[in-house]
Design a protein around this ligand. Structure first.
Ligand SMILES: Cc1cc2nc3c(=O)[nH]c(=O)nc-3n(C[C@H](O)[C@H](O)[C@H](O)COP(=O)(O)O)c2cc1C
Ligand code: SF4
Ligand code: SF4
Length: 250
């Protein structure tokens, strides 16, 4: 079984490709499938974006609740999609799984367009298409290794796990919902509130209101808004455009 979290479709697409190659299914962690019983010889894979050199908040919550019922030994892997620096997401997965009595067999990375549009410009469709073409090669390579049940940490550009408490403190500050704003282009459709994975948005008087101090900062609302009315640090994201993976249904 392959489980995934995905804000803008990259990880969903990678999860579906991997699941198809394994003759398996890809299930979103937002379905809250915490109790998982594996068949004999079935693989268990987690496909996730990298957030702030680590795991997204919803993935951490999922792994802390996971109950994996096994028959014998199973191949367990994590594949994190990333834009520039995967950091310690593999190591964090290993730690969280170990707390649940599960041993991680392998960790992979798949480079894809970087949806952290505070920094990265995704306005050029040709450049983005080229990045997605390169990602296909990366996905194929990852699939080949998974099919061979390779063991080890195959991630690149790792950051030491020792700096995780520091980087996570910074991430917690950045995740303040005060940094997310909505402008006059909002048409009140409510999609952002409906799609937020941590229910941080409520519609009030036809406008989104962030009702939590902090959110997961996945950028799903920002990239899916039909009016591009949601920004982070205002101008920083406006000039870098919106992104959703072209291969998955939004
Ligand atoms: C808040 C945030 C933080 C991110 N941090 C990193 C990072 O530390 N390293 C990196 O390479 N990519 C980072 N990214 C980029 C995503 O990991 C990458 O675009 C991923 O493929 C998105 O997957 P999705 O489309 O399944 O959501 C970040 C994206 C967001 C929104
Ligand atoms: S998705 Fe965009 S347009 Fe729709 S309610 Fe949210 S901010 Fe407004
Ligand atoms: S408010 Fe937006 S960025 Fe924050 S968790 Fe919800 S969808 Fe993601």
């Amino acid at each position: 079984m392959i489980v995934y979290f995905s804000a803008t479709g990259n990880s969903k697409y990678a999860a579906e490709r991997i699941a198809a190659a394994l003759g398996d299914r890809a299930v979103s962690i937002e379905e809250k499938c915490y109790d998982i019983t594996l068949k004999e010889d079935e693989c268990f894979g987690i496909v996730t974006p990298t957030h702030w050199w680590a795991l997204p908040i919803p993935v951490r919550a999922f792994l802390r609740n996971l109950r994996l019922h096994r028959r014998g030994s199973h191949y367990v892997f994590v594949a994190s999609t990333y834009g520039t620096t995967p950091g310690c997401s593999a190591e964090e997965t290993r730690h969280l799984l170990r707390e649940r009595g599960i041993r991680l067999s392998a960790a992979y990375n798949i480079k894809m367009p970087d949806n952290w549009t505070v920094t990265f410009d995704l306005t050029d469709p040709v450049k983005v298409a080229r990045q997605n073409e390169k990602a296909e090669i990366n996905i194929d390579r990852t699939i080949a290794m998974i099919l061979h049940k390779k063991k080890g940490n195959f991630t690149k550009l790792r950051t030491p796990y020792a700096i995780y408490p520091f980087t996570d403190r910074v991430f917690a500050k950045v995740r303040s919902t005060k940094n997310l704003t909505v402008d006059d282009n909002c048409n009140g459709c409510g999609l952002c509130a409906k799609k937020c994975p941590v229910n941080a948005i409520e519609m009030r008087d036809g406008k989104p209101v962030w009702v939590r101090d902090r959110c997961a900062l996945c950028f799903r609302c920002l990239h899916h808004c039909p009016q591009f009315a949601i920004q982070f640090w205002k101008g920083a994201t406006r000039k870098h455009g919106q992104y959703t993976n072209p291969n998955v249904k939004v």
